[in-house]
Write a protein that binds this ligand. Structure first.
Ligand code: MG
Ligand code: MG
Length: 273
C-alpha cells in the first residue's frame, strides 16, 4: 500500500529526516584518519537518543548497530567495527531516526583525507544523480522516471555500475514502505507518483561492475570487483513540479569543508616540523 501523507505527517517525517541530517553533521565533524567506525556509531546512537529520537536501524531485522558504516568496496549495510579509518578511504554512512511515529532516512559518502580523483568523481556523480532523481519525483510521473534519470547519468553518461539488488523505498510509519524505487529502469514504467507520497531515493553506484555479493555476516554488501562504491540518500516528498528533499546536506557539507581545512592546516604543520 502506498500512503499519501497530509501536511502534519510530512512535517513529522521532516523532523525525523532533519534529525538524521543533524546526526550526519556530527559524524562529519568527527571524521578523520585513526578513528574507529565503532566510535562513530556510539556517538550517533547517543546523539539521537539525547535528542529524543530512536535509531531506526538498531534491531531492524536484527541489524545490530545504529548506523550502517560502509568503507570503500562495501556498498551498504556495513557493520561498525574496530577498523581504523585511514587516509584515502571513503566511508558511506546511512542513518535512520524514528520520532513521533515516523522515520527519516538519509545517507552520505565522505572522503577521509586524500582520496583518488576517480573516486572523488564517483562520489560527486552519485550525489548529482540523487538530485536528478529528486527532480523527477513529481506528481503524475512514474517511479521509472526517477530510476531512468539516475541510471542514465551514472551508467550511460559516466560508465559506472548501478547496483540492482538494493533499491530506494517509501518511508513513513515504517522504515521501508511501498513503492520500491530502483536506481535503474525505463521512463514511464512503474507505479504512478502522487503529491504527498514520501520516498527515500538512494543511488548506490559502483566505480566498476554493478555486481555485488553479501558477506558471511548476512549484511555487509560488497562490490564483486572490490572497487569503491558511493551512496547518497534523501527522504523526499513528491510535489507538483518536482521532489522536495526533507533531509538536508547543507550542514554536512559545511562541516565537511571545515574538516578539509582543518586537515590541510594539520598537514602543513606536520610538513613544517
Ligand atoms: Mg538509508
Ligand atoms: Mg533507505
Amino acid at each position: 500500500m502506498i500512503h499519501i501523507r497530509n501536511k502534519e505527517e510530512i512535517e513529522l517525517i521532516k523532523n525525523s529526516a532533519l534529525m538524521v541530517s543533524a546526526t550526519l553533521t556530527e559524524v562529519a565533524k568527527m571524521l578523520k584518519p585513526g578513528i574507529t567506525t565503532l566510535s562513530i556509531d556510539k556517538m550517533a546512537d547517543e546523539f539521537i537518543r539525547d535528542n529524543k529520537g530512536v535509531p531506526s536501524f538498531k534491531g531492524y531485522h536484527g541489524f545490530p548497530f545504529s548506523l550502517c558504516i560502509s568503507v570503500n568496496e562495501v556498498v551498504v549495510h556495513g557493520f561498525p567495527s574496530n577498523y581504523l579509518l585511514k587516509d584515502g578511504d571513503i566511508v558511506s554512512i546511512d542513518c535512520g531516526v524514528y520520532m513521533n511515529g515516523f522515520h527519516g532516512d538519509s545517507a552520505y559518502t565522505f572522503a577521509i583525507g586524500n582520496v583518488y580523483e576517480e573516486t572523488l568523481k564517483l562520489m560527486r556523480v552519485t550525489k548529482e544523480s540523487l538530485y536528478l532523481g529528486i527532480a523527477q519525483a513529481k506528481d503524475n510521473n512514474r517511479v521509472g522516471d526517477i530510476s531512468y534519470a539516475i541510471e542514465h547519468y551514472t551508467n550511460k553518461i559516466n560508465g559506472y555500475g548501478v547496483v540492482r539488488e538494493l533499491v530506494g523505498h517509501g518511508v513513513g510509519r515504517q522504515l521501508h514502505e511501498d513503492p520500491n524505487i530502483p536506481n535503474y529502469g525505463r521512463r514511464g514504467d512503474g507505479k504512478k507518483l502522487k503529491e504527498g507520497m514520501v520516498i527515500a531515493i538512494e543511488p548506490m553506484i559502483n566505480l566498476g561492475v554493478k555486481e555485488v555479493f553479501t558477506e558471511q555476516d548476512g549484511w555487509t554488501v560488497k562490490t564483486e570487483d572490490l572497487k569503491p562504491s558511493a551512496h547518497f540518500e534523501h527522504t523526499t516528498v513528491i510535489r507538483k513540479t518536482g521532489g522536495v528533499h526533507l533531509s538536508n546536506f547543507a550542514n554536512i557539507e559545511l562541516a565537511e569543508e571545515n574538516n578539509v581545512e582543518l586537515n590541510h592546516t594539520y598537514n602543513l604543520k606536520i610538513q613544517s616540523m
